[in-house]
Design a protein around this ligand. Structure first.
Ligand code: SAM
Ligand code: DTB
Ligand code: SF4
Length: 331
């Protein structure tokens, strides 16, 4: 047995504290306000109880349907309402997606995430996505898609196709939400998450920080995620990528330590979830990313592009992982 496995085997699951689902925003805000070293120590302690602290899960992202989205999400370069230079494209063919997926698998990705700039999928498009999911699974990778709002029947269809994860973010607190999106409600989002959960698909749900929200909003979002009936298996924490032409371009940048604090709060409140250091890595220093890993982030997107914006290339990530002694988390 490897030393880490031996340590895990020793820690009998019964010895782990029960998961809480009753976090209040005030409690999470108090976590966010701790002295930095105290917060990091708590997060690292929780992290080590549940994970190998030197392993990071790697996902690859592909935009299967780019731009021209009817929604008004103020952060998003793919909304048709903002002039961002992102051209609207048609849904990719299954063959083209599978060729890309094969390349990602050969480069070491264990999960393949496909994103579409839709408010919600049309049923005939969903059939094409179901084929893509089945094809990617056959390549031996886990699958994730993010397609907007889903009905219960659509979630069940994706589950049938073998989908492992559905990404649908809360994005921010319920009270700040109206300043960012007006074309769908917070309640709509919770409803979609319920359909995904009921269909037996694992939930990938998190949000964005750095949109001009207050610390209380970040606390509220984390408390809402941690108070869902089941914690999302995957929790992406995105740092806003400011894109020229979107209403949020030009906002004051968030204090990077506040980003790290948010990651730590996610780790402490959702101890068994994989927390993803998601969008925004391209703009972060290696040192800031290392702090986010110390705070309990244990997943990233690899590859030079997110959906429409740049992500660190494999060389930069490879060098960082080597410097930090980080290894890929097995699927
Ligand atoms: N259209 C679908 C939806 O919104 O549900 C799926 C794709 S959408 C691009 C997925 C997520 O990407 C959004 O919920 C948001 O959290 C994140 N995102 C989009 N633009 C971003 C940006 N500029 N910076 C950080 N995160 C962003
Ligand atoms: C998520 O939480 N972050 C990813 C994913 N879900 C699909 C997307 C980030 C998008 C960043 C902006 C862009 O590249 O267009
Ligand atoms: Fe459309 Fe999703 Fe972008 Fe909102 S976040 S504008 S729903 S692609």
């Amino acid at each position: 047995m490897e030393p880490v496995e031996a340590m895990r085997a020793e820690a009998a699951p019964a010895a782990l504290p029960a998961l809480r689902h009753d976090w209040s925003a005030a409690e999470v805000e108090a976590l966010l306000a701790l002295p930095f070293a105290e917060l990091m120590f708590r997060a690292q302690t929780v992290h080590r109880r549940h994970f190998d602290a030197n392993q990071v899960q790697m996902s690859t992202l592909l935009s299967i349907k780019t731009g021209g989205c009817p929604e008004d999400c103020a952060y998003c370069p793919q909304s048709a309402r903002y002039d961002t230079g992102v051209e609207a494209e048609k849904l990719m063919s299954t063959d083209a997606v599978l060729a890309e997926a094969r390349r990602a698998r050969d480069a070491g990705a264990t999960r393949y995430c496909m994103g579409a700039a839709w408010r919600s999928p049309k049923d005939h498009d969903l059939e094409v996505v179901a084929d893509m999911v089945a094809g990617v699974k056959a390549l031996g990778m886990e699958t994730c898609v993010t397609l907007g709002m889903l009905s219960a029947a659509q979630a069940a269809r994706l589950a049938d196709a073998g989908l492992d994860y559905y990404n649908h973010n809360l994005d921010t607190s319920e009270s700040f939400y109206g300043e960012i999106i007006t074309t769908r409600t917070y309640r709509d989002r919770l409803e979609t998450l319920g359909h995904v959960r009921d269909a037996g698909i694992s939930v990938c749900c998190g949000g964005i920080v750095g949109m001009g929200e207050a610390r209380r909003d970040r606390a509220d979002m984390i408390a809402t995620l941690a108070s869902l009936p089941s914690h999302p298996e995957s929790v992406p924490i995105n740092m806003l990528v400011q894109v020229e032409g979107t209403p949020l371009a030009g906002r004051d940048a968030l204090d990077p330590f506040e980003f790290v604090r948010t990651v730590a709060a996610a780790r402490i409140t959702m101890p068994r979830s994989v927390v993803r250091l998601s969008a925004g890595r391209e703009q972060m220093s290696d040192e800031l990313q290392a702090l986010a890993f110390l705070a309990g982030a244990n997943s990233i997107f690899v590859g030079p592009e997110l959906l429409t914006t740049p992500n660190p290339g494999r060389e930069r990530d490879g060098a960082l992982f080597a410097r930090l002694g980080i290894e890929p988390m097995p699927a």
